[in-house]
Design a protein around this ligand. Structure first.
Ligand code: ADP
Ligand code: MG
Length: 617
């Protein structure tokens, strides 16, 4: 028998590896910006087109690369940042796996221009899908410019998986903000489609926070600074009045690397107990410096999760540091005109010097029961959150279809039109109804025939239905799901919180889960099974459009966007029964002629007009 095992060609291995590192334009942005920081740049420019789908460019004035290094940098595991295994434990730079450029080059058309200051000319390399197309000398300023064109051009499945430009751009901005917050002493610019979105001069952390989050925060920031032998905490937390229902202004950095940690979020929030309403989130931008040997940053490929050696101590530290800062702020008269009353609310000011011993004692004390002890190593990336002090683990990896049968969506399950005997009779020899090009439904009427746009018609039907749901007039079918956690963009979380009551009326059994996280227990039956999260994201996008651009009232904007997202689309084949059901429901509407935003749902062809056109009188 001949051997059958083969090594994967490098290009394919790179594509597979790329999937781990580069999930969307924002992941590429993160990697390129971190490389620029590591290269010692003081000015980093990010240029984006089409939310990064066609163009991501990072220009830096860092150390640049030699001709050979430029070529080498695209090899997998090529890194200038680790020489020995020991380095792994002392790692302070952003990148270190040497995977980013190789991954990007596998799934895009990349152009790298780079010049070291001591060289006269730079070098320009073009790589398409891991294949070097050209390398030639180029005149340029010292530094590096990398352009990633047409991300996933050779991986259609991934390209199709990308969300709308609004959603993708929000992820890009999130990554940009995280890097910009971590390096306030560097200058950053962000351009999107030729428009300058951020122009950040080098400055203090406070200046950077205000430049990114808005001037109104300047007055509402309380400095945090604590030093212990184990770790150093510094940064800013918001005064209680800066807390918001919606979330997004929460940043934790460990050794200058942004991390997501529901556990530490809980720790910081606990400092605000009784100071802010339970459904609001404090603002914070906190940095912790820890001996790298005490944390494992390599837990997740995108490196947003880390594992602390003593996570309970870290929890107690951040929580106490936040309390301490709040206490100090309350006794500073210049900052707080309402001192007398507010002071009482804060209780005794903890002395941070004692914290270390207290924390250690707490950990050693057998009675000490943290409200929640996560196992970072086994936590699913997106699906764990502290919720009212109760431990919850929800995994959306489990397919709902594994246990539940969920009615398939579409016209089948829409109520059949009620038919009396006569109608049933007439249905048997009913006039023909059929679909053309998977997009139009043709139906004969007395005076001629109508050509119905299936998508527009269904939009009208759903719009009516959602509007009546929102007016509390109708119940709604709902499919049960395994709880799924949704993470929305920072800015969207606010919108989502505002919309929760309405979303529930529409049939989304949705609950806030802290920060930008929400848990979904059920969805309306018109939402395609498995697409619930996507539908919510699309709907939010669409909703913001309708509301912000068209200034529509909430219910109107919501009904319209829900209808748009869930309507059957052009290209869907319909059975005759579905075609009839569509027509029946359309003509049951009070205004069957137009969609909510005024497009025709159908066009009438009149026999007499047609005859004239055919030259008959
Ligand atoms: P890593 O950052 O993990 O080392 P990357 O694939 O991101 O891996 O980069 C590979 C190497 O390319 C880096 O180690 C660095 O030497 C070089 N490099 C990447 N980007 C830049 C840049 N903007 N300026 C200078 N050198 C760079
Ligand atoms: Mg890197």
């Amino acid at each position: 028998m001949s051997d059958i095992i083969q090594l994967l060609p490098d290009s394919i291995a790179n594509q597979i590896a790329a999937g781990e590192v580069i999930q969307r334009p924002a992941s590429a942005v993160k990697e390129l910006m971190e490389n620029a920081v590591d290269a010692g740049a003081t000015h980093i420019q990010l240029i984006i087109k089409d939310a990064g789908k066609t163009w991501i460019q990072v220009v830096d004035n860092g150390c640049g690369m030699s001709e050979t290094d430029a070529r080498m940098s695209f090899e997998r595991h090529a890194t200038s940042k680790i020489r020995t295994a020991d380095d792994l434990f002392a790692i302070r730079t952003m990148g270190f796996r040497g995977e980013a450029l190789a991954s990007v080059a596998a799934v895009a058309q990349v152009e790298l221009k780079t010049r070291q200051i001591e060289n006269e000319t730079g070098t320009c390399i073009s790589i398409h899908g891991s294949e070097v197309i050209s390398q030639e000398p180029v005149q340029m300023q010292a530094g590096t410019s990398i352009t990633i064109k047409n991300l996933f051009y050779n991986v259609p499945a991934r390209r199709n998986f990308l969300k709308s430009n609004t959603v993708e751009m929000r992820h890009v901005v999130d990554e940009f903000q995280r890097v910009a917050l971590a390096y306030p002493h560097l200058a950053f610019q962000l351009h999107h489609n030729g428009v300058e979105v951020f122009h950040l001069k080098e400055g203090s952390l406070r200046q950077r926070i205000v430049a990114l989050l808005g001037n109104q925060y300047n007055e509402r920031l309380v400095p945090v600074e604590e030093n212990t032998s184990v770790l150093k905490i510094y940064g800013f937390i918001g005064k209680p009045e800066a807390a918001r229902k919606l979330r997004g202004d929460q940043f934790i950095f460990v050794n200058n690397r942004f991390i997501k940690s529901p556990y530490l979020h809980h720790g910081i929030s606990s400092a605000y107990e009784n100071l802010i309403p339970a459904d609001t989130h404090p603002l914070y931008v906190l940095f912790m410096d820890i001996d790298p040997a005490r944390i494992d940053v390599n837990v997740h490929p995108t490196k947003q999760e880390i594992k602390f050696e003593d996570e309970r101590i870290v929890y107690t530290f951040v929580s106490t540091a936040a309390k301490h800062a709040l206490g100090k702020y309350s006794v500073t008269p210049t900052l707080d005109f309402d001192r007398e009353t507010s002071f009482d609310r804060y209780g005794p000011v903890p002395q941070f010097a004692q914290v270390e011993t207290e924390a250690q004692a707490a950990v050693n004390n057998a009675n000490y029961q943290p409200s929640w002890t996560p196992d970072f190593a086994t936590m699913p990336q997106d699906h764990t959150r502290v919720h009212q002090g109760v431990s919850q683990n929800v995994s959306s990896n489990v397919s709902p279809s594994a246990t539940y049968t969920i009615p398939s969506r579409g016209l089948d399950e829409l109520p059949e039109p009620a038919m009396n005997a006569e109608a049933e009779q007439s249905d048997k020899n009913a006039s023909p109804v059929f679909q053309l090009h998977n997009r139009y439904v043709v139906s004969q009427i007395k005076s001629g025939f109508i050509l119905v746009d299936q998508q527009a018609a269904h939009e009208r039907i759903l719009y009516d239905k959602y509007l009546s749901n929102l007016n509390g007039q109708a119940g709604h079918a709902q499919q049960q799901l395994f709880p799924q956690t949704i993470h929305v963009a920072t800015a969207d979380a606010e919108v989502m919180m505002e919309l929760l009551p309405e979303m529930r009326m529409l049939g989304f059994d949705l609950h806030p889960f802290g920060g930008t996280a929400f848990v979904l227990h059920g969805a309306p039956s018109d939402v395609q099974q498995g697409d619930e999260v996507d539908a919510i994201e699309k709907m939010l996008d669409n909703y913001k459009q309708s509301q912000q651009v068209l200034k529509l009232p909430t219910t109107e904007a919501l009904a319209r966007s829900m209808a748009k997202v869930n309507a059957i689309k052009v290209g869907k084949a319909l059975t005759e029964k579905e075609c009839r059901s569509l027509l029946d429901q359309l003509f049951a509407s009070e205004s069957p002629f137009y969609t909510a935003d005024g497009r025709h749902t159908f066009i009438t062809y009149n026999l007499r007009e047609l005859e004239k056109q055919f030259g008959r009188k």
